[in-house]
Every structure is written in structure tokens, then in C-alpha cells.
Design a protein. Structure first.
Length: 94
């Protein structure tokens, strides 16, 4: 395999690749349960690395092929902050 998320020019030699997928709900819930205040959450229709079903879209990255029906968020950004006050996390419920 050529490259990694940290260095696309790196020579990577591995027999097994691991991928952990997390739903958006799982990520947002973890941030909220840590007692953080979510300031924003954005979704983007592109990805910063190649994926088999995506096409390169100039310098921005890879996206669904032109003319694809519908939208699919491929990348996201989330900013959260520690709330003012004692900063103690809220207890986990559930």
C-alpha cells in the first residue's frame, strides 16, 4: 500500500488493515457525555483520501462521481469546548 493519512508518500507494508467505523451519533454522544459544549458540527461532500467509489475533484479531495443522485456526507468537523464553571463532566446515563 502506498501512503497513509499522515504521509501519502510513505511506503506502508502490512498484511492486515484495521478500520474502526463510528456513527455520527456515537461521536456526538461521546462528546456530549464528556460534558463538552458542541459549538458546531459540519458535514462535507468530499473526503481527503481516495476511496474506491469516489472520483478526484481537483485539490479539494475525492467526492461522488459527477451526476450522482442524492448527497452523501463523507467528512465532518466538530468543535466542542469545556463549559464555563466547575468543568465537571455530567454523569453518564444509559
Amino acid at each position: 500500500m502506498q501512503g497513509s493519512y499522515a504521509d501519502r508518500s510513505a511506503q506502508v507494508v502490512t498484511e492486515v488493515e484495521y478500520l474502526w467505523t463510528h456513527s455520527v451519533a456515537e461521536l456526538v454522544t461521546a462528546v456530549a457525555q464528556a460534558g463538552l459544549v458542541i459549538e458546531f458540527f459540519h458535514e462535507f461532500p468530499w473526503l481527503d483520501r481516495p476511496w474506491p467509489f469516489l472520483c478526484q475533484q481537483g485539490e479539494q479531495g475525492w467526492a461522488l462521481p459527477p451526476g450522482s443522485d442524492g448527497e452523501l456526507p463523507l467528512f465532518m468537523s466538530l468543535r466542542a469546548r469545556k463549559p464555563a464553571g466547575d468543568g465537571a463532566p455530567r454523569p453518564h446515563v444509559g
